[in-house]
Ligand binder design. Structure first.
Ligand code: GDP
Ligand code: MN
Length: 377
């Protein structure tokens, strides 16, 4: 689960991280007032649950309250990566001498928390990871001990050659680690952590994702969920009990079982295609689930074909077939559907689908090849 920067900042502050004062507002008038109270210059920041707001024009500096109002007016209503901006954060702006990166994730390989630090922070950290990965220091932390003194020295030294500044960064890393662990985060990031010309250190951006499996014991954090800023498909999928992850390709996938869904995506890639999503409709079947899945996938304008790959066990192929027919009827559209149904009631499914424009495939390979070919057309 993603939470807004405003909430992540509040959480960081609670754990002792140096976060400049800020207010969350819904309109230009309140932004103006907030700037007056906080003191200018301020930075006005779109509150949407996607990264790269700076590059998209969603982060703007203002040197007077009037200017803050004007910037808020420009940002509210803006569309950032498909999400409409409804709230902005007005935060005290700080002077920047250098921008550092500090982040934490769970490292699958070591199965432990991993802290990543880089002196090359700012808006292009993904680019740094691609082109100059040596600029990012990764340190695996054993939760039994926490950050060990030598690890702390390695990280602070990597972030700043100035001993005084490195000394200030130490407690910040320790606080970030405590916050990450305390809220069952899957990611916590300060990008950038800035050093001012006067040698102060501030966390001016805050990002925290919570591990969904931890939400049952994170009631306070769970209450911060903002569905209006989440990907609509992901919200709808969660409500329908489907597990769905949107990707950037053009071949929609409807599959039952996470393993088969992964294998299907792998095979699409293997044959030179790009999946548009991961979608597991789960074990038990119902025509309704298939209809919801189709609705979610068809909302993605990139989708040029859809591959339905079902291995019927508990899931009944005829249920899936009925869902597909219903979806075509209700949703219309002319996106080609390639269907591979095998297992329980597959004969009945074949009868249901015969005479429809759906493209049948007998094997997974055939289905994948046909879906890729259909997407190219
Ligand atoms: P993101 O693009 O969504 O990650 O948003 P950030 O909060 O990281 O802001 C993007 C960029 O805006 C930062 O890397 C800074 O260069 C700039 N920025 C943000 N806040 C301030 C600030 O208080 N002062 C100055 N000078 N620049 C800022
Ligand atoms: Mn940032």
């Amino acid at each position: 689960m993603k939470i807004h920067e405003a909430d992540a900042r509040a959480l960081f502050a609670k754990f002792g991280l140096p976060v400049p004062p800020s207010r969350l507002v819904l309109n230009a008038g309140d932004a103006r007032k907030a700037a007056e109270e906080i003191g200018c210059p301020v930075v006005v920041k779109a509150q949407v649950l996607v990264g790269g707001r700076g590059k998209a024009g969603g982060v703007k500096l203002a040197s007077t309250p009037d200017e803050a109002g004007a910037k808020a007016k420009a940002i509210i209503g803006m569309d950032i990566k498909g999400i409409k901006v409804e709230k902005v954060l007005v935060a005290r702006a700080v002077d920047i001498a250098s921008e550092l990166y500090v982040g934490m994730v769970i490292d699958r390989r070591s199965r432990k928390p991993l802290m990543m630090v880089s002196p090359a922070g700012g808006i292009d950290i993904e680019e740094v990871a691609r082109t100059a990965p040596e600029k990012i220091l990764k340190v695996v932390i054993d939760p039994a001990w926490g950050i060990l003194p030598f690890q702390m020295r390695q990280m602070t030294a990597a972030l700043s050659g100035d001993k005084e500044i490195a000394k200030k960064i130490g407690p910040i890393l320790a606080s970030l680690y405590r916050a990450f662990m305390a809220v069952d985060a899957s990611l916590a990031e300060i990008n950038p952590l800035v050093v001012t010309p006067a040698g102060e250190v501030w966390a001016i951006d805050a990002k925290i994702n919570i591990d969904d499996s931890g939400l049952y014991r994170q009631k306070e954090v769970a209450a911060l969920r903002d569905e209006s800023s989440e990907d609509r498909g992901e919200v709808e999928a969660r409500e329908a009990g489907l597990s769905f992850v949107k990707l950037d390709g053009n071949i929609g996938c409807i599959v039952n079982g996470a393993g088969l869904a992964m294998a299907t995506m792998d095979m699409i890639k293997h044959f030179g295609g790009e999946p548009a999503n991961f979608l597991d409709i789960g074990g038990s079947s119902s025509p309704d689930k298939v209809l919801t899945a189709m609705r979610i996938i068809l909302r993605d304008g990139n989708v040029k074909s859809i591959l339905i790959n079902i291995f019927g066990g508990i899931t009944r192929c005829d249920d899936v077939a009925l869902g597909l027919i219903e979806a075509r009827k209700q949703l219309g559209g002319d996106v080609p559907l390639v269907v591979r149904l095998i297992g329980t009631n597959e004969d009945r499914a074949r009868e249901i689908l015969s005479g429809t424009p759906l493209i049948a495939a007998a094997t997974m390979e055939e289905g994948v090849a046909k879906a890729i070919a259909a997407a190219k057309r």
